[in-house]
Design a protein around this ligand. Structure first.
Ligand code: DAH
Length: 364
């Protein structure tokens, strides 16, 4: 046996024993450094090859290289084993106790606007509506003209529109004044049947206890071949009774005017006002019964269908729109609309919702 073979066998035996003994990853790492590190035993053996006589070098190199390979493999093998052990120990110690009560995290709440949108979308989703959306910056065409509000129409003045600077061709973009332009976007890009619901932000230059320059609306649109006013009424009555969670909620439809619907209506819900404030629901016999306007609606004006290249001889439908802040104020008794957007933490804690509150659903 050559001197190198003797060295190899001795070091090999010693290292394999140390590797076998190592019972955690740190100890194993020490063994690796002591053998294969810069000043490790194997590294020194490899370096010593250079000092040997030329005829001995090749054989010594082969011997030490195979030692290096064997030890490297043994280290890797042991490392795998230790990691697997470590993982099973962690899995055993870090069990989740699913019987623990839910932690009430005081850090944040769901804003009443988000909660209200979730509730509304949940109710409409169960009626087969899908959510659609559009940009806040809209073309004049989508926001007005296509909705049968031509340039000189008085309805344009009522909208207190924020206009963007005029473009070179004289056209102006607007901050959308309602969610209705998403009706147009949907009708020009999809063919009927259409059943969409559009919650989103809208903008008008107005500011007081019941108006904010940025507010939210939810729009609905149904286009099909046999849709009539009965569908509109059934859908909206169901929605309001579910949303306000009052089974026998009194409702009424009053004739109204919107350029994009014909006929148009406004829907009122029953409420009572007394010393305790406003209460949604059946009107008592006390004579305190009253009505509260909740939304605008109507059968889609055939002109609007035409503007979107939908054949009004074949298709009809209904549309509706309502203010989300107003609905939230009524449902949750929030007196001033401006407070929604003041980001006052005390207000948010008081009126906000837990992330675990489920939005109410039909039949729930
Ligand atoms: N866009 C109307 C508004 O902002 C609300 C509205 C009324 C929408 C009637 C509709 C509708 O879709 O049919 O005042």
């Amino acid at each position: 046996m050559s001197a190198q073979e003797v060295d190899r066998d001795k070091i090999r035996e010693q290292l394999l024993a140390e590797i076998a003994r190592a019972d955690d990853l740190e100890v194993l790492e020490d063994v690796r450094v002591a053998s294969l590190g810069r000043n490790g035993t194997i590294t020194s053996l490899m370096k010593s090859v250079g000092q040997l006589e030329p005829q001995e070098r090749k054989e010594a190199g082969r011997i030490f290289n195979s030692l290096k390979q064997e030890i490297t493999a043994a280290l890797a093998n042991k490392q795998e084993q230790l990691k697997a052990l470590q993982l099973s120990a962690r899995l055993a110690s870090e069990t989740v106790d699913i019987t623990l009560p839910v932690r009430q995290d005081p850090a944040g709440t769901i804003h009443p606007i988000s909660q209200t949108i979730d509730e509304m979308v949940t109710i409409f989703a169960q009626m087969g509506f899908v959510v659609a959306d559009g940009p806040h910056i809209e073309s004049d065409f989508n926001n007005f003209t296509a909705l049968n509000i031509p340039p000189e129409h008085p309805a344009r003045q009522e909208h207190d529109t924020f206009y963007l600077p005029e473009k070179e061709d004289g056209s102006r973009l607007v901050l959308r004044t309602h969610t209705s332009p998403v009706q147009i976007r949907t009708m020009v890009s999809q063919s009927p049947p259409i059943r969409i619901i559009v919650p989103g932000r809208t903008f008008r230059a107005d500011y007081d206890a019941t108006h904010s320059p940025m507010f939210h609306q939810i729009e609905g649109l149904v286009i099909d071949e046999e849709t009539h006013m009965g569908h509109l009424k059934g859908c909206l009555i169901d929605f309001c009774r579910n949303f306000f969670d009052v089974d026998d909620l009194p409702v009424r439809f009053r004739p109204s005017y919107f350029p994009f619907t014909e006929p148009s209506a406004e829907m009122d819900i029953g409420c009572s006002r007394d010393s305790g404030g406003l209460k949604i629901g059946r009107q008592g016999n006390s004579g305190a019964g009253d009505w509260l306007e909740i939304l605008g609606c109507g059968m889609v004006n055939p002109r609007v269908l035409q503007n979107c290249n939908i054949d009004p001889q074949r298709y009809q439908g209904f549309a509706f729109g309502l203010g989300i802040e107003r609905a939230a104020m009524l449902k949750y008794g929030i007196p001033d609309l401006r407070t929604f957007f003041e980001s006052d933490l005390r207000w948010l804690r008081h009126y906000g919702f837990s992330a675990l509150d489920m939005p109410g659903a039909v039949g729930a």
